[in-house]
Structures are given as structure tokens and as C-alpha cells.
Design a protein around this ligand. Structure first.
Ligand code: ATP
Ligand code: MG
Length: 247
């Protein structure tokens, strides 16, 4: 059988913060392989390190030990500029706390990754509006982030994450502020994005029902990332093929 190159591979990564008496050991020995087409949910209690893990996967922070590689290229030893370029080409990231720029309008926030990639303003804004339409945010395209509800900010952040059609989408609780209908729409959008470029999605969520619709459900703990003990429901859109944490 032909082997498929992973989009993302994390091997034996460990992370702690601080030192001495204030040392916080977050996790050890986390392995994760994400292949094209994968849809992975990561669950775990508050403070177990889910956001920390996503930051390491995206090269926004470095593990104490272990290696993370995206499309076969490790983050290790790369400059901040090189990492930013790699991230821009391959990864869309939805931060837990949005990180929208307050001085830019909704559509300008979404167009920003394209402008940074050298797109002309008019074309970038056109693309941004298409993405805003997909998350139901066109009515608020000229608003500023401070005037948006939590869910509207979340949907804007998602539009910004997908505007460059990334192959790998890393989302930190993208439905945390959304009602059930909007959460279901976000699920569909993530699925479409994952398929568009033979991509994959890794999503941190506290929403168990939502997580059960993902192909793979993993549980993060201090000792690593393990398959969730719970199986997906019969007829779940992606089935539940089992562990990919140790794959
Ligand atoms: N920069 C930092 N300096 C010190 N400790 C940190 C830092 N970032 C995170 N931590 C600690 O690491 C642990 C994991 O934090 P993280 O934000 O990854 O948790 P989480 O699983 O995303 O939680 P939540 O579900 O509440 O978002 C926490 O104990 C947190 O206090
Ligand atoms: Mg978090």
C-alpha cells in the first residue's frame, strides 16, 4: 500500500513552564500524526495543556524535548520569519481568545493574512468577504471587533483562519461561544476546508457531542495524548477508526 506523508507529526514532545518551585510540568511524551483527511478532536480538563499543545504544533512555541514537523519540515532551528512564512502557507490557526486586531474592521482583519502575503487590497477584501459570508458574518463586515458579540468574534477569527485555504487547520475551542446551530455550521465549514486541499483539522473542544462527530477523539493528560475511551455514535459522519495519537 502506498504510504501517505503526514501533514503534521509530533514525536515525544514535552512541555513545562517556569523553574524551581514555580515549575509547571504540563505534559510529557505527546505523539500525534495527522494525515490528509483527518479530523481530530482533542479534549481534556481545563489546564491540561490543550492550548499549549496547539501552540507547539503551530511552531508558536517550542517543546522542551521532542520534534514537531509540518509537511515533513521541522520547526526546530528556524527563524521567526521562516516560521511565519511556513505557517502562512500551510496553517490556519483559530486562537482561543480570537486575537482580532481592534483597530481593523472585521473584513480588514480577515483580509490581513492575504495582504501580508502580497495580495492587492481589492482582491484580498473580496476574498475576505467570501469567507465572512461562509460564517454568516457579512452583515457585520465593516464593524469593529469591540462591537461584536463573543460568537461573532469567534466566527470572524475562523474566517481569518481559512482565508488562505490552509491545508492544516488548528482550532482552539472554535465553538466555545456559539449556539448549537452556529456550532453545527462551523463543523460543516471545517469539514469543507479539510477536504478542499486534501487538508486536515485538529480541534480542541469541550463540547463532547461535537467531538464525537470527529473521526478521531483524543484525550490529553500529563502522560500524553490517548484515544478517548468513548466510541463515536453509529452513523457518525467520519466513523471512529481508532487511535491516531500513537500512529
Ligand atoms: N506562559 C505560561 N507561563 C506559565 N504557565 C503557563 C503558561 N502558559 C500556560 N501555562 C500553564 O500551563 C498549563 C496548561 O495551560 P493551557 O492554557 O495549555 O491549558 P488548557 O488545557 O488550554 O486549558 P483551558 O481548557 O482552560 O483553555 C496551565 O497550568 C497554565 O497555567
Ligand atoms: Mg486553552
Amino acid at each position: 500500500m502506498p504510504t501517505v506523508d503526514p501533514l503534521l507529526k509530533a514525536e515525544a514532545i514535552s512541555k513545562s513552564f517556569g523553574s524551581g518551585d514555580s515549575l509547571v510540568k504540563v505534559f510529557e511524551s505527546v505523539d500525534l500524526t495527522v494525515l490528509p483527511g483527518d479530523f481530530v478532536a482533542i479534549m481534556g480538563p481545563s489546564g491540561c495543556g490543550k492550548s499549549t499543545l496547539l501552540h507547539l504544533l503551530a511552531g508558536l512555541d517550542d517543546p522542551d524535548s521532542g520534534v514537531v514537523a509540518v509537511e515533513g519540515r521541522s520547526w526546530q532551528g528556524r527563524s521567526l520569519e521562516e516560521r511565519a512564512r511556513m505557517r502562512g502557507e500551510t496553517i490556519g490557526f483559530v486562537f482561543q481568545f480570537h486575537h482580532l486586531l481592534p483597530e481593523l474592521s472585521v473584513e480588514e482583519n480577515v483580509a490581513l493574512p492575504l495582504l501580508l502575503a502580497g495580495w492587492k487590497e481589492e482582491r484580498a477584501l473580496g476574498e475576505a468577504r467570501e469567507c465572512l459570508d461562509r460564517v454568516g458574518m457579512m452583515p457585520r463586515h465593516s464593524a469593529f471587533p469591540r462591537t461584536l458579540s463573543g460568537g461573532e468574534r469567534q466566527r470572524t477569527a475562523l474566517a481569518r483562519a481559512v482565508v488562505r485555504k490552509p491545508r492544516l487547520l488548528l482550532c482552539d475551542e472554535p465553538t466555545g461561544s456559539l449556539d448549537a446551530a452556529h456550532a453545527a455550521e462551523v463543523f460543516e465549514l471545517l469539514t469543507v476546508v479539510a477536504r478542499e486541499r486534501a487538508g486536515a483539522v485538529v480541534v480542541v473542544t469541550h463540547d463532547r457531542a461535537w467531538a464525537r462527530r470527529c473521526a478521531t477523539m483524543l484525550h490529553l493528560a500529563a502522560g500524553g495524548l490517548n484515544p478517548s475511551v468513548e466510541d463515536g455514535p453509529p452513523g457518525a459522519p467520519y466513523g471512529n477508526p481508532g487511535p491516531s495519537g500513537s500512529r
